[in-house]
Design a protein around this ligand. Structure first.
Ligand SMILES: Nc1ncnc2c1ncn2[C@@H]1O[C@H](COP(=O)(O)OP(=O)(O)O)[C@@H](O)[C@H]1O
Ligand SMILES: [Mg+2]
Length: 237
């Protein structure tokens, strides 16, 4: 298999020097969707923050597109092709949908127009909302905008944290297949955190299960989906 686009090795990281995840090993290849599962507080968000350089490693390493993630200037990782849709969606609520989308774009005018059209192609719902302030959108629409903004940067690696947070399952059912399409069509390496385990396993190639800051299970998504007992045991602690 080719080199992974995202590779995490022996990673420990946390807050104020105290590790909350330990010795994490994880990789995501081009065109692959990998689900990061686990109960609340397991360390999923912390792992994504370290993967995008927003949280420095206490031990171990994060390699993005062949070189170490930049934890000193995380925006450089974005420029190299890493997009992170955070739990809070990080939208500018006073700006319009159009303006929020524009902030995700790089390249010349023609390239930006093409990228924006492609991103909106996944979310036609947003077209009639282009001039509305992001803060006035529904939760589902905000999540679509956050995803569209990430896609508009044509990422090679896409990290998505709990897009279902506060949303109806039907929105998640709408969003997860898009994540799959992005990996299939653009060859993006996707790492997705999702509470709806079975929905996530339905579109993922592989999955890692975190518990108390450690990877306790990893494998083929279809096989893990059959091991309900193991998954439930981890969730119940
Ligand atoms: N900013 C923070 N400061 C200190 N501890 C934190 C912070 N954010 C998260 N934690 C702790 O780190 C652990 C992992 O949290 P998190 O990565 O958010 O878990 P998950 O995303 O799996 O629910 C939890 O025990 C949580 O309380
Ligand atoms: Mg989280």
């Amino acid at each position: 298999m080719s080199e992974p686009l995202l590779s995490i090795n022996g990673l420990s990281t946390g807050y104020a020097g105290v590790p909350v995840v330990r010795d994490i090993g994880l990789e995501v290849h081009a065109g692959e969707v990998v689900a990061l599962l686990g109960p609340n507080g397991a360390g999923k968000t912390t792992t994504l923050l370290a993967a995008s350089g927003l949280l420095p490693a206490l031990a171990g390493s994060v390699t993005v597109l062949g070189s170490p993630v930049d934890a000193k200037a995380p925006h450089r990782n974005a420029r190299r092709g890493l997009a992170h849709v955070a739990e809070d969606r990080s939208l500018f609520s006073d700006l319009t949908v159009r303006e929020n989308l524009r902030l995700g774009l790089s390249g010349n005018r023609a390239q930006r127009a093409t990228a924006q059209t492609a991103a909106l192609g996944h979310f036609p719902e947003l077209e009639r909302l282009m001039d509305r302030q992001a803060g006035l959108l529904s939760g589902g629409e905000q999540q679509m905008l956050a995803m569209a903004r990430a896609l508009a940067s044509s990422p090679r690696i896409l990290l998505v944290d709990e897009m279902s947070l506060g949303l109806a399952p039907i929105i998640v059912e709408r969003m997860l297949p898009i994540v799959r399409d992005i990996a299939d069509d653009l060859g993006t390496a996707v790492l997705v955190v999702e509470q709806h385990i079975h929905m996530a396993l339905g579109i993922a190639d592989r999955a890692y299960l975190l518990s108390h800051g450690e990877v306790v299970l990893e494998g083929d998504a279809a096989e893990l989906a059959q091991r309900r007992d193991l998954l439930e045991a981890s969730y119940l602690g």
